[in-house]
Design a protein around this ligand. Structure first.
Ligand code: ZN
Length: 246
């Protein structure tokens, strides 16, 4: 099997505006996420891309050579060019995997592919999050106990404006009482999409061993299975002869 080609896309804005975020992620959030994937999937080829690069680092050529794209964005969703969103959507429909993290719930690409509001409730109160595995046989939950905790996270609560997931892997509970569908799978065209909730920029969430395990599992799960090409050929010559009708 060819090495899995992974690109971690980071908005890379908070890190340069908020010293608290820069202190937690001195190399940028995208590099911390990429390091976790490299650590757990040593045979994968893992690169990064950011908003500030030409085509946000996601040219047609690069996307054509990407098996799984991981996406973290928040305050600059509207700065992502529509032509790049179009290209990412096309690649997902062909079979590229897409892992959308945390505030990426409001990214153009996630809303485009899911077709719903993707809205939710939220609160920043340094509260504890407990993620329950609700689908223990699922490959994304491999190696995860029946639940795990993050000492401090932002709260996301229901209702989460998503289409019902094809498969749900995690449900989160928060210290303040809310619950949230925090690990959800969909299929769009030939591509697999996984949304994973944790990862507010002011917390060291992407260094957590369970979070890293889930993201690596999701990358493996989203590996493309063949490719669908978007075309409508006129198949004039049938496989079997068709008898003329009277
Ligand atoms: Zn957040």
């Amino acid at each position: 099997m060819n090495p899995l080609r992974v690109v971690v896309w980071g908005e890379n804005v908070h890190e340069h505006k908020n010293p608290k975020v820069a202190a937690v992620y001195p190399d940028g959030m995208h590099n911390a996420i990429a390091a976790g994937i490299r650590e757990l999937l040593p045979t994968a080829e893992v690169g990064t891309a950011t908003l500030q690069e030409s085509d946000h680092g996601l040219s047609e050529v690069r996307l054509a050579a990407t098996d799984v794209l991981v996406w973290w964005g928040h305050m600059a969703h509207d700065k992502v060019e529509d032509k790049v969103v179009d290209q990412v959507q096309k690649r997902v429909l062909e079979g590229m995997g897409l892992i959308v993290l945390h505030s990426g719930h409001y990214s153009k690409i996630f809303k485009r592919l899911l077709g719903t509001s993707c809205s939710l409730t939220w609160r920043e109160a340094d509260e504890r999050e407990r993620l329950w595995v609700c689908n223990p046989g699922h490959p994304i939950a491999k190696g995860i106990d029946r639940c795990f905790e993050l000492a401090q996270e932002e709260m996301y609560g229901e209702p989460f404006g998503i289409p019902s997931p094809d498969e749900q892997v995690f449900i989160s509970w928060f210290e303040g009482g809310e619950v949230f569908r925090s690990g959800n799978c969909w299929h769009r065209g030939n591509g697999k999409i996984f949304y994973f909730r944790p990862g507010h920029e002011t917390y060291p969430t992407y260094f957590d061993k369970n979070v890293r395990r889930v993201i690596a599992n999701a990358v493996e799960w989203a590996r493309p299975q063949g490719q669908w090409i978007d075309s409508c050929p006129n198949v004039k010559v049938p496989l079997e002869p068709i008898k003329p009708k009277a």
